[in-house]
Each structure stands twice: as structure tokens, then as C-alpha cells.
Design a binder for this molecule. Structure first.
Ligand SMILES: *[C@@H]1O[C@H](CO)[C@@H](O)[C@H](O)[C@H]1NC(C)=O
Length: 197
């Protein structure tokens, strides 16, 4: 397959992932699916915007660049047919790097959040973080330590786990595009679409 069309496939996959990451992060602003009475009742890591900025907005730029690679004008520079396309492939490596940083940020935030656990009302009636070092992950008897909001532990765990997995996939796709972009830069987009390569 031409490296340009392959990049387009990566771009098409990244866009729904980025949208889902933004959605997960937005849902996390509603602990247990309810509107929080006070923003101090929302788990701190939600405000790091890992899903909205990291694996969401920062991922849209590389996704759009990858999508456009197939149709790039390859007869752009100095009458050299392939060099415009090579330059586009080279640029895509930089954008893949942006994607790696964004998704990497989201991976870190999600991991910290899963380890830290959610903020909730504990048995003494105060808002706090009853868990530490991920100790609640292997013992769901402990989940009853969170009395409010209802189902906050599965809510927190499910959404941050989804964010973690989707951000890891995004990182993998961007890493693939780094390699694909290098191949495209060195060999040209081996398509034959403008007569040259
Ligand atoms: C799980 O947590 C409960 C409540 O803190 C504790 O009583 C129990 O011993 C724990 N179970 C395990 C297997 O660690």
C-alpha cells in the first residue's frame, strides 16, 4: 500500500478515537452521571484535561494531516515531482510527534487517576480520596467506602480505563506514522500516481 493511503487510514482511525476521548473526559465531569454540586467534588485529575486536550484536541491536528497526505500535490517544489510529497511525509512525522506527546500526556493522567482513585464522600461524611496506590482495584469490598456519588468507583474506573486504552492506541498509531513517514520521506510515496515513483 502507498504510504500516503496508509497514513489516510491512520487518520480515519484517529478521529473517532479523539472524539471518544473528549467524550470520556466530559463524562468524568459528571461524577456517577450526575451534575456535581460543587467543582471541588470532582476528582482533580479530571481537570488536567488529558482526554480533552491531550488525546482529543492535540490529536485532531495529526489526524487531519495524515488524512490529507494521500491527496497532497506532489508536483509542488522546483519541478521535482516527488519532493512535495516527500516533504509532506516529512511534515507528518512532526505531527505524529505532536500526537505522541498529547496521547502520552493523557496516558500519564489516566494512569495517575486510576492509581489515585476517585474523590467521594466517605463514611465520616467528608469529601476525600479514600484509596491510595490503586489498592481498591483488586478489592471491590473497599468500594463501599465511597458512599456518594452512587457508583462513583466504577464510573471513575471505567472512564479512565477507556481513556488509558484509547490513548495507548493513539500513541501506537502515531508511532506507526513516524515509521511510515520516514519510509515515505526516504522512498517517496511509492504510488506511481504522478508518474515518478
Ligand atoms: C478488602 O477490603 C476490606 C475492607 O477494607 C477488607 O476488610 C478486606 O480484608 C480486604 N480484602 C482483601 C482480600 O484484601
Amino acid at each position: 500500500m502507498c504510504s500516503g493511503s496508509f497514513a489516510k487510514c491512520l487518520g480515519i482511525t484517529l478521529i473517532p478515537l479523539a472524539i471518544l476521548c473528549v467524550l470520556c473526559n466530559i463524562l468524568l465531569f459528571f461524577p456517577g452521571g450526575l451534575v456535581a454540586d460543587d467543582s471541588s467534588h470532582i476528582t482533580d485529575e479530571v481537570f488536567f484535561f488529558g482526554g480533552i486536550i491531550g488525546s482529543g484536541i492535540l490529536m485532531i491536528f495529526p489526524a487531519l494531516v495524515f488524512l490529507g497526505l494521500k491527496n497532497n500535490d506532489c508536483c509542488g517544489c522546483c519541478g521535482n515531482e516527488s519532493c512535495g510529497k516527500r516533504f509532506a511525509m516529512f511534515t507528518s512525522i512532526i505531527f505524529a510527534g505532536v500526537g505522541l506527546v498529547g496521547a502520552g500526556y493523557s496516558v500519564i493522567v489516566s494512569s495517575v487517576a486510576i492509581n489515585h482513585g476517585p474523590k467521594c464522600v466517605t463514611n465520616n461524611g467528608n469529601w476525600s480520596y479514600p484509596f491510595s496506590e490503586g489498592n481498591y482495584l483488586s478489592n471491590n469490598t473497599m468500594w463501599t467506602e465511597c458512599t456518594k456519588p452512587t457508583d462513583i468507583v466504577p464510573w471513575h474506573l471505567t472512564l479512565f480505563s477507556l481513556l488509558l486504552v484509547m490513548s495507548l492506541v493513539e500513541m501506537a498509531l502515531c508511532a506507526v506514522q513516524v515509521v511510515n513517514g520516514l519510509i515515505g520521506t526516504i522512498c517517496g510515496d511509492c504510488c506511481g500516481c504522478c508518474g515518478g515513483e
